[in-house]
Design a protein around this ligand. Structure first.
Ligand SMILES: Nc1ncnc2c1ncn2[C@@H]1O[C@H](COP(=O)(O)OP(=O)(O)OP(=O)(O)O)[C@@H](O)[C@H]1O
Ligand SMILES: [Mg+2]
Length: 363
């Protein structure tokens, strides 16, 4: 899919601007703090109504402004659509697709985008919530059903937690059956997604690093030790772990078993990435992972996601940079930022935009 044009109002430090983009590599360059990352974020928000950095609308709203508004034209399978995503202080986010008020899930169904940025290192070395956030945002682009399951699960989880916080509650909560029902399908979806992404990510890593090993493993809160991923077995194991934790949950007054406690383990050169990975290795792993997600979404959706690469060349050695640029040929539309030189091999296939103090100057 393509982002043909984007108009911004009061988004972060970007002044009102409208730009047309290339079906190829669009490069935002300029000094530190100019607004390059903000522009990339705006493209992502236009397509999926949420920040790739996981921040709220109030953070993206320009200082002292009352609203932000993004309006763009996208092209999907040859068909043009007009999208707007707007947020008003104190109000709700408003999304339109072809002038019709729409939900975030409808945007997820229509558009697809993959983003990678320096803070992706957190995805590998930060808290488990970062990894769950990653799975949710990308798996949601692949499966409408996953979005619905997640909404159902989170609703039941909130109800169960509210119940556990009450004084004198009974040991058995009335919510566990539904928690097991929705939680089990979420686990199965996550396992399928991560299994598929793992092998491509390992290939990408080996290619970029010149043959080194990278792997990832889904570590659900409910461990399926006998590797029997039939729905009946997942539900049985889930139920028995809930029974074992019942008293602990009552004392802690919070729900301790289920996909909201899932973990994903990353392994670089046979060592846990979280504790042992170097900066460059973590960055390479994050990029390899995101490019694998790109491949996965491309296959499932039948269209190429828009690819957003924030400072992708920083921290990579020259060999790794060149290998990465070689991979670019397989992608569709790319937006990338750079505060420094971009590799020469890329120069022939790009449209450059100079960013200065929140203003955009196309070349
Ligand atoms: N909500 C906001 N309102 C106004 N300005 C903001 C807002 N959020 C961020 N900024 C400003 O945007 C600037 C940062 O922009 P951005 O992160 O896009 O820079 P960059 O060009 O990517 O820089 P770098 O090369 O350092 O990555 C900062 O100066 C910050 O103060
Ligand atoms: Mg930046």
């Amino acid at each position: 899919m393509l982002v043909k044009s984007l108009e911004l109002n009061f988004f972060r430090n970007i002044g009102t601007t409208r730009n047309e983009f290339l079906d190829g590599v669009n490069v935002f360059y300029g000094k530190n703090g100019a607004g390059k990352t903000n522009l990339l974020e705006a493209v992502f928000v236009l397509l999926l109504a949420r920040s790739p950095r996981g921040v709220s609308d109030t953070v993206m709203l320009q200082e002292n402004a009352e609203y932000y508004r993004l309006k763009g034209t996208v092209e999907i399978s040859g068909k043009a659509h007009e999208l707007t995503v707007a947020y008003q202080t104190g109000g709700r986010k408003k999304i339109t697709i072809d002038k019709i008020n729409s939900r975030t899930s409808e945007l997820f169904e229509l558009c697809t985008a993959v983003s990678t940025a320096p803070e992706d290192i957190e995805l590998l070395s930060g808290p488990p919530s970062k990894r769950r956030e990653f799975v949710n945002i990308y798996l949601s682009q692949a499966s409408k059903k996953y979005i619905a399951d997640l909404v159902d699960y989170q609703r039941v989880l909130a109800q169960k937690n509210a119940y556990l916080r009450q004084e004198n509650n009974a040991a058995e909560t009335p919510y566990d059956d539904l928690l097991i029902k929705y939680g089990s399908v979420i686990m199965l979806s996550r396992r399928e997604f991560l299994d598929k992404v793992a092998s491509t990510a390992a290939e990408n890593y080996a290619r970029i690093s010149g043959g080194q090993g990278f792997d990832l493993h889904y570590k659900p809160s409910v461990r399926i030790e006998n590797d029997d991923w039939s729905m009946g077995n997942i539900e049985d194991i889930f139920a028995s772990k809930l029974r074992r934790y019942r008293e602990r949950e009552r004392i802690m007054q919070t729900s301790m078993v289920g996909p909201h406690r899932d973990e994903v383990e990353f392994v670089i050169r046979a060592l846990p990435a979280r504790s042992h990975g170097s900066q460059g290795e973590l960055r390479t792993a994050a990029v390899s992972l995101k490019l694998a997600v790109f491949e996965y979404l491309k296959k499932i959706r039948g269209i190429k996601p828009v690819l957003l690469l924030d400072e992708i060349f920083a921290e990579l050695d020259p060999g790794r940079k060149e290998m990465l640029v070689e991979l670019f040929g397989d992608f569709g539309q790319i937006f990338l930022t750079s505060a420094s030189e971009i590799p020469e091999t890329l120069n022939s296939r790009v449209r450059r935009f100079k960013i200065e103090n929140g203003a955009v100057f196309p070349e």
